[in-house]
Design a protein around this ligand. Sequence first.
Ligand SMILES: [Zn+2]
Length: 272
Amino acid sequence: MLQDLAFGRLENEYRPVLPRDDDAVLCFRENALLVKKLPNGNLMLPTVGQIGGELQYAFRLHDVNYYLAAEAAEEGEYRYVPVRQLRYEAGNTFCYAAMTGWHLHRWYESSRFCGRCGVRTVHDEKERMVKCPNCGNMIFPRINPAIIVGVVSGDRIMLTKYAGRGYASYALIAGFTEIGETLEQTVQREVMEEVGLRVKNIRYYKSQPWGIDGNILMGFYCDLEGDDTVRLDENELALAQWHHRSTLPVEDDGYSLTREMIRVFGEGKEPK
Ligand SMILES: [Zn+2]
C-alpha cells in the first residue's frame, strides 16, 4: 500500500530543525506540487537551497527533512503536477511523502485564523498545533476518520461503484464516521444506508492514511446477517454486486487499502 515503505518510516513527530540546503521542499500551488521529472521517470522535489522564503517543518523521511514552502514560480525543469496525478507518475514512497505534505499543507492553510474569534493563529513551539493568541483556542491537525468495509456472505463479497464521482473502478462500501458513533456503528450504518443490508461479526483489518482527502481510512470485514437482497442508495452508488472470491474483477494496485482488501479476500486470507 501507499504507506508501506521499503525501509524506515515517515517520522511525522513535530521536531522542527533548521533547514539545510539539501533538505526537500514541498511547494503547492492550488492542487499541484512543484516537481522535476528525471530522465529515468522518477520525480524530484526542489531543495531548500533552491527555494527561499519562509519554510514550515513538515516531517522527516529517509534522513531528509521535508519543509512546506509558500508557492514558488516554475523555474528550470520544475513544473507543477496535479497532486491526484502523482500516483500514476511516482513511486509509493514519493507519493506517500507528497500526500502527507499535501494533507499538512491544507491543514496549515485553513488554520491561519482562529475559527472562534478570527485572530491570526501562531504555531506552538513544542507540538504540531496552532493556537490563538487572543482566546487560547488550540487547533490540532484535522484528520477525518472513515471506514472501508468488505461485506462478506460465504465466498462472496459486496463490490460497489460510486455514482457520479468519475471513479469507474470497483470499490468497497465506505463512509465517514459521524460524531458520537463507534467505528463498528459506522460500519453498520454505512452498509445499511448504501445497500440496505444488516451485518455482524465486524472485524478490523488495517488502516491507511489518505492524505489526498485528509482522511484516515480504517478497513473492516463483516458478515451479512439475514437477507442478501440489495437496496441501493442511488445517490451514493451506481451499483452494488456480490462477487465470488474466485472471480473478482479488480487487481491489487499496490497502492490502496480497498484494492488490498479485495485481493486478500480473493486469497481467502481475510480475518475470519
Ligand atoms: Zn481566537
